[in-house]
Design a protein. Structure first.
Length: 585
């Protein structure tokens, strides 16, 4: 998703820095934080309640009934979602009267209490949890939801810094256990579609927040132009794809095509923006899904070719010794079976690519003397031997240049030996796990064993503890927050060094400003014409566009625009993009 438009709005607005260290440091206490749990932000198809929906052949064979059910549901949801018949929420094994089965996707909101915080336009961080795209326990692990210990810790810390932290759950469902000749195709297809559904959920969540902020009550007092995304583990895969997957053709690469068709079929699951599709119920509210910055802890990118100039800056925390997500180019495997799923790109590949497009240019050379930055940069140019077999290269060589934004995490035991730990920021309680397993067994008739799950978790997080987890979260916060603050231009961003994030605006003049009926854009270089112009409002929506200017000056009729502040995004014939702010009376 392209984010520099929203970022430019923050830059051009001339935001005044606060004298406090809000956003960089915790300025509120635990008692001054409000947490709202299980807020429904969407209703959509639940493939776990009808796993046949994972099969395109099944969906197409039942397209007529599915279409009828979908049309009926959309009519009900447009007026009162509470009136959706209960049988749509029953598993197909218990109720065969409907093919579509639904779930309510919910989010938790962490924010400073309005009793102590008067800020009415707070930046947002959306936390995308880990979990292998299956529910906790069923996924073979001790966690995997917005309730995880690390999820609560991250979101609480952001709220105490003055952010609004959003922790959404997203829909689960894929088939990691598929075997036989078609097993690889099934595993790859169902996993990629699980990521795709999660992207749709995150888009719908962010677009809903923006709608509430711009056309509703602004329930959480947010600034809709400042949204960051943080993905952990499986959530890191989602966040990275969210930031870079912006063309339907990008899910039609050779590795995603079998039998002449992409494993992601737009007519069934919707397009990359979450619109359309037989089994997708989300409707476009015309809000932007863009984010300002993407932070990943332990995830990888579906394909590095997705990344291009203009994608949001990326920060990544990743261990070269992660056993499941490649640090370099490598292969994702099923944790419980070791079976291959798909080749992906880890941060040692995609971060240098991001830097080659100057997406992280604002951070290069900044933060001299900062202990977290110096620690990250101390790995640049190093050779990491004995990497896990999921990586193509051994040793893995971290680039000496071009790795800005990458923080390698190397965990060592008490004797200085490297641990195979890819997520030292995670922890769990065996007692809580036992309770969760008992509940899951009762609900599913399963025979999951808490002690086995606990022991398996310790294999790749051997010194797991709340103390260790919080120490690594300290590191993530120390490296991440100055870059988030700088990118969003919030709080005391001058104290962390302000480089040039946006191109100079001297190349283009805009007049009159304020404007009434028309606004003019003129290139100040007679030899470089204007190619195209887009106008964007404060919510990040494109409200007017002329894609074929080809002149040094052009006039736009703005009679249809409401009064307010807008941004002109002007692309010149030399491919330079210039952003100008102006007002409409």
């Amino acid at each position: 998703m392209k984010s520099k438009l929203l970022l430019a709005f923050a830059l051009a607005a001339g935001i005044t820095a606060s004298a406090q260290e809000r956003y960089l440091e915790e300025v509120f206490t635990d008692s001054e934080i409000t947490v709202m749990k299980d807020i429904t932000y969407g209703i959509n198809t639940n493939v776990l309640f009808n796993t046949s929906l994972l099969s395109p052949a099944y969906v197409m064979a039942n397209a007529a009934q599915i279409t009828q059910e979908k049309d009926s549901l959309l009519t009900i949801m447009a007026t009162n979602p509470a009136n959706i018949p209960a049988n749509f929420f029953y598993p197909y094994a218990l109720d065969t009267t409907t093919i579509l089965k639904l779930t309510q996707v919910k989010m938790d909101v962490y924010m400073p209490s309005t009793a102590v915080d008067t800020e009415t336009a707070r930046p947002v961080i959306v936390y995308v949890h880990t979990g292998n795209f299956l529910p906790p326990v069923i996924n073979g692990g001790p966690g995997g939801s917005k309730e995880d210990s690390s999820a609560v810790e991250f979101c609480t810390r952001w709220a105490k810094r003055g952010f609004v932290a959003i922790a959404p759950n997203y829909r689960h469902g894929w088939n990691p256990a598929a075997t036989g000749a078609a097993g690889l195709v099934t595993r790859r297809a169902t996993l990629l579609n699980a990521v795709y559904r999660a992207i749709h959920d995150m888009q719908y969540c962010i677009k809903g927040l923006r709608m509430d902020a711009t056309a509703g009550a602004n329930t959480y007092a947010i600034d809709p132009s400042k949204v960051a995304m943080f993905g952990q583990g499986s959530g890191g895969y989602v966040a990275l794809a969210y930031n870079t997957l912006d063309d339907q053709a990008e899910v039609s690469l050779d590795k995603f095509v079998f039998g002449g068709n992409s494993v992601v079929q737009e007519g069934i699951v919707g397009d990359y923006l979450g619109n359309g599709g037989l089994i997708n119920l989300y409707q476009d509210n015309e809000m932007s899904p863009a984010i300002n910055i993407c932070v990943n802890a332990g995830g990888a990118m579906g394909d590095g070719s997705w990344l291009e100039a203009g994608d949001a800056p990326m920060i990544t925390f990743h261990s070269p010794y992660d056993q499941f997500a490649p640090f370099d180019t490598g292969t994702v495997i099923v944790p419980t079976t070791g079976d291959d799923i798909v080749d992906v790109n880890g941060p040692n590949t995609f971060i240098p690519r991001a830097n080659s497009f100057n997406n992280n240019a604002a951070y290069a050379g900044e933060y001299p003397g900062d202990v977290y930055t110096e620690r990250a940069r101390s790995f640049f140019g190093q050779s990491m031997a004995n990497s896990p077999i999921i990586n193509v290269n051994d040793p893995i060589v971290i680039p000496a240049d071009g790795a800005e934004g990458l923080f390698p995490i190397v965990v060592r035991d008490a004797n200085g030996n490297i641990e195979p730990n890819g997520s030292p920021w995670e922890w769990w309680s065996l007692t809580d796990l036992q309770t969760l397993v008992a509940g899951t067994n009762a609900a599913t008739g399963g025979s999951y064993d808490a002690n086995t799950i606990h022991s398996n978790g310790l294999l790749t997080n051997p010194n797991m503890s709340a103390e260790q987890g919080r120490i690594y979260i300290d590191t993530i916060m120390g490296y991440m927050m100055p870059r988030v603050v700088k990118t969003m231009q919030i709080g005391n961003y001058q104290s962390v060094g302000v480089g040039s994030i946006e191109a100079s605006t001297n190349e283009v003049a805009v007049y009159p400003n304020p404007a009434n009926n028309v606004v003019n854009f003129r290139s100040n270089n007679a030899e470089v014409a204007i190619r195209s112009i887009k106008l964007m409002d404060v919510a990040g929506r494109i409200v007017l566009e002329n894609g074929n200017v080809s002149a040094s000056m052009t006039e736009l009729n703005i009679n249809q625009l409401n009064s307010g502040v807008y941004m002109g995004i002007i692309t010149l014939e030399n491919d330079q993009e210039v952003i100008k702010k102006f007002s409409v009376n």
